[in-house]
Design a binder for this molecule. Structure first.
Ligand SMILES: Cc1cc2nc3c(=O)[nH]c(=O)nc-3n(C[C@H](O)[C@H](O)[C@H](O)COP(=O)(O)OP(=O)(O)OC[C@H]3O[C@@H](n4cnc5c(N)ncnc54)[C@H](O)[C@@H]3O)c2cc1C
Ligand SMILES: *[C@@H]1O[C@H](CO)[C@@H](O)[C@H](O)[C@H]1NC(C)=O
Ligand SMILES: *[C@@H]1O[C@H](CO)[C@@H](O)[C@H](O)[C@H]1NC(C)=O
Ligand SMILES: *[C@@H]1O[C@H](CO)[C@@H](O)[C@H](O)[C@H]1NC(C)=O
Ligand SMILES: *[C@@H]1O[C@H](CO)[C@@H](O)[C@H](O)[C@H]1NC(C)=O
Length: 390
């Protein structure tokens, strides 16, 4: 790029926002990132007091990480654990391995915290090496809306203001990228400027995270190289390994059923009947504690089209497509959005109108197909045998 660099605001410093910020900065854009949360690195004391939560990362996501930053992908991928198949647990605790592919294709378990830490480290490193073209991180800035009438403007609640409702600060950029997740404010704003088709649907299922501690001396108490599944007719449990010998386990069940499990006695009976071997691994007291105190998450399916307005604004990641997690591709798809958008900006030599138009035109069919697969997997799982996960 010649002259002064083009400026871009990225709304959302989640996994997808951080990755595109890094990718754009490395291509010479002047990047500012907004997030309403505080910087997670500030909690200097004991950053590992949080339990690890893991994600399935696939070739789709890994390719995108490599494209943006080879060093970052190396660092983040160090602790991944390949899963070559799924391990089905029946109600007697018997296990049966089902291998994914003849040629050993696998998905991988990756630590979510480690992944976002690697991204932040790489942003810090970039800033140290680039005196006047730093990635500016604006934490504790809640974006209320974006104004796209004239110069693209990010409107935030003023963190120094006395009134959270009315005191705002505004920042102008050449363009804005919305990576602010499933409840995207950027998407809501965009809907005022374009004829966006949009749908949002909650499925009747919630999720709750459980935790399987490491075995003696940090050993794995079940096979780490499988995605463990306890499929039951209307509900299920899954578990993915963490590098420290533990597993993150997630219970999925209909809201009514899950919320009906209130009393320790009910929970104990439900778990020991349906997941006896998992109870041995997690510990019944922990199961009860999780059910009675941990938040239960909703799952929704969001689609839209189109994704951009002129050369001023575009949405990516969960802001543009939120899928139910039964295909393990939400973040992977968001990462792929990043790779494709960066490649199109390069292809069109920075002509954003052309790049955004081609993005919307070519990306939508792929996204539609993946979202449908995720929902089909859920429908099949909840009506048939329940073996179709991932
Ligand atoms: C139970 C479960 C399991 C999953 N498992 C997998 C898996 O195995 N593999 C996989 O690929 N995906 C998985 N996903 C999906 C994955 O978590 C998401 O696709 C991914 O986190 C989306 O990243 P994102 O950066 O687009 O959005 P988010 O992670 O939601 O980040 C959005 C960011 O924007 C910020 N923000 C939001 N609103 C504002 C605002 N108004 N102003 C300023 N900042 C704002 C938020 O603070 C946040 O930091 C799973 C999801 C669930 C629920
Ligand atoms: C990074 O991960 C940690 C641990 O999961 C979380 O507390 C923090 O909010 C995350 N930060 C971002 C910006 O995603
Ligand atoms: C754990 O490690 C210690 C020290 O190396 C060893 O003495 C002990 O036998 C190990 N325990 C098990 C269950 O492997
Ligand atoms: C929106 O939906 C209508 C009706 O299905 C369709 O005709 C139209 O092409 C869609 N627009 C976009 C941008 O997808
Ligand atoms: C981008 O390309 C289109 C034609 O495809 C052209 O009309 C437009 O002026 C170009 N925009 C810029 C900023 O060069």
């Amino acid at each position: 790029m010649s002259k002064s660099p083009e400026s871009v605001a990225v709304v959302g410093a989640g996994l997808v926002g951080s990755l595109i910020a890094l990718g754009l900065a490395r291509k010479g854009y002047k990047v500012t990132v907004f997030d309403y949360r505080p910087d997670s690195r500030d909690q200097s004391s004991g950053k590992t007091n949080l339990r690890s939560i893991n994600l399935a990362v696939s070739a789709r996501g890994i390719d995108a990480m490599r494209y943006v930053d080879e060093d970052m992908s190396k660092e983040a991928l160090k602790g991944i654990i390949p899963m070559y198949g799924r391990m089905i647990h029946d109600t007697k605790g018997k296990q049966e391995s089902q291998i994914y592919g003849l040629f050993g294709e696998s998905i991988n378990s990756i630590d979510r915290a480690k992944l976002n830490e690697s991204l932040y480290d790489q942003i810090d490193k970039f800033n140290k090496l680039n005196g006047d073209l730093k990635i500016e991180l604006k934490f504790k800035y809640k974006v209320k809306n974006v104004d796209l009438k004239g110069v693209p403007t990010v409107v935030c609640v003023d963190p120094q203001g006395s009134d959270k409702e009315t005191d705002v600060v505004k920042f102008e950029y050449d363009f804005i990228i919305g990576a602010d997740g499933a409840f995207s404010q950027v998407r809501s704003s965009l809907q005022r400027y374009i004829r966006m088709n949009y749908s949002q649907e909650y499925i009747d299922m919630c999720y709750l995270e459980l935790y399987i501690p490491p075995g003696p001396n940090g050993s794995f108490s079940i096979d780490p190289n499988h995605l463990h599944i306890w499929p039951r007719k209307d509900f299920m449990l899954i578990a993915l390994a963490n590098a420290d010998g533990s597993f993150t386990s997630t219970f999925f069940g209909p809201w009514k059923l899950t919320e009906s499990l209130k009393e320790p006695k009910q929970i104990t009976e439900f778990f020991t009947t349906n997941f006896p071997d998992a109870v041995d691994l997690i510990g019944i007291d922990k199961v009860v504690e999780c059910f009675t105190t941990y938040p239960k998450g909703a799952l929704m399916h969001v689609t839209c089209n189109q994704y951009h307005h002129q050369d001023k604004c575009i949405i990516i990641g969960d802001a543009a497509h939120s899928m139910v997690p039964f295909y393990g591709q939400g973040m992977n798809c968001g990462f792929e959005d990043v790779r494709i958008l960066l490649q199109l900006l390069e292809k069109h030599k920075g002509n954003r109108t052309d790049a955004f138009e081609e993005y919307t035109k070519t990306r939508h069919e792929d996204l539609k197909a993946i979202l449908k697969l995720a929902l089909d997997n859920y429908n099949e799982m909840s009506t048939k045998i329940g073996y179709s996960l991932f």
